[in-house]
Design a protein around this ligand. Structure first.
Ligand code: SF4
Length: 124
């Protein structure tokens, strides 16, 4: 449940006890400060969580897929990724933040199939 405090004197809306779902630690002691519909501060969040709260949006800023930096269809991108993975001597599956459990399950299955190493962004 999200409890929202009244706007402060500087016009910010304070949301206490917010939960961060970015890396999986699920910190639930974050205090969000919002100006209008933008979060401007995520008190108690680590740098990853603060970045996630402040800069992730629901806007579609990118195409569905890129190949060599150029927009591509998802099918074409999957085909190219399969070529890279097939040719790799030590494949790495990296990332997996902000993805569904089903996508993580698929990534683990793929890693087992091709003998890949898995790492998440939290190793940064
Ligand atoms: S990204 Fe940081 S604030 Fe968010 S859940 Fe992970 S450790 Fe907590």
């Amino acid at each position: 449940m999200i409890r929202t405090a009244p706007a402060s004197q500087d016009g910010l809306t304070i949301v206490p006890h917010a939960t961060c779902t970015f890396c999986g630690c699920v910190c639930d002691d974050i205090e969000l400060h919002a100006q209008g519909d933008r979060i401007v501060r995520a008190k108690s969040a680590c740098s990853l969580g603060e970045s996630w709260f402040k800069y992730h949006t629901a806007e579609r800023n990118y195409p569905d897929a890129l190949i060599d930096g150029q927009p591509a269809t998802v099918d074409a991108a999957v085909e190219r990724a399969a070529e890279y993975l097939h040719a790799a001597h030590m494949p790495l599956i990296y990332g997996l933040s902000n993805v569904t459990c089903e996508a993580q399950r698929g990534a683990v299955s793929l890693a087992e199939l091709i003998g890949a190493v898995i790492d998440s962004h939290t190793s940064l």
